[in-house]
Design a binder for this molecule. Structure first.
Ligand code: HMH
Length: 226
């Protein structure tokens, strides 16, 4: 029996094209790019994203635990370090610029959309293997890079000091983030090349669920849902 199907990350994205598009081009993103997003919506999003990032770091710790090879262990370790030492630090500083103090972040009640998304990723990782976990994380890592690129190629995007969200866009358009996005895509391409069609369909479900939970995260921010 020969099965020559070789899947790639692009196949996951195409299998969920409608949900993926709704996530990348969400109203929250378009309004952020046009500088019309209400500040209160952005602040609500920023606060919940602090909680998101803490669980995101835990997901990389779970990836370390799930690793079978030194290469995978190192990769999970690098991811965990990047979030704890870099991204969370930047996030706390950035929140400060928006008048949100660290003490307030620590005392935040978690919105249901934050809970749903982060716990879904962790549960998927516990239930499955390292590939399930990475597929559940792909909408975060790859999606935000793609969102920054989409924002930057829109003619109506407001740039520089006229857009209060300019630093946010710059962060996800940065070489560091774009490199992390490419590395994640390469890792997924290599692993997906080896899966069977039945396994690929399972992974499509995980990718679609995670993408839809990212959509809910934007809606939570936009509508300031608790
Ligand atoms: C909800 C969410 N998804 C993805 C990212 C990118 O790390 C983020 N900061 N927050």
């Amino acid at each position: 029996m020969t099965d020559t199907t070789q899947y790639r990350f692009d196949d996951l994205r195409s299998a969920c094209a409608e949900d993926w598009r709704a996530y990348i081009r969400h109203d929250f993103v378009a309004q952020l790019a046009d500088a019309t997003l209400p500040r209160a919506s952005f602040e609500h999003y920023l606060k919940q994203d602090y909680l998101f990032l803490i669980h995101f770091a835990r997901a990389f710790a779970l990836a370390a635990y799930k690793s079978r090879t030194l290469a995978d262990l190192r990769q999970a370790h690098e991811g965990l370090k990047a979030i704890v030492d870099l991204e969370l630090g930047l996030h706390v500083d950035y929140c400060q610029e928006w008048g949100i103090r660290e003490a307030e972040l620590e005392a935040l009640p978690e919105a249901r959309a934050t809970m749903a998304y982060t716990r879904y990723v962790l549960d998927t990782g516990h239930r499955g293997d390292l590939l399930d976990l990475h597929v559940a994380l792909a909408p975060c890592v790859i999606g935000y890079g793609e969102i920054a690129n989409w924002i930057n190629q829109r003619p109506s995007t407001v740039r520089g000091a006229d857009n209060p969200y300019d630093a946010w866009i710059a962060m996800y358009a940065s070489t560091e983030f774009q490199d992390a996005m490419r590395a994640e895509q390469e890792w997924l391409d290599a692993r997906l090349a080896e899966v069977t069609p039945a396994r690929f369909q399972e992974l499509v479900m995980v990718f679609r669920d995670a993408t839809r939970l990212e959509i809910d995260f934007w809606a939570m921010g936009l509508e300031r849902r608790a």
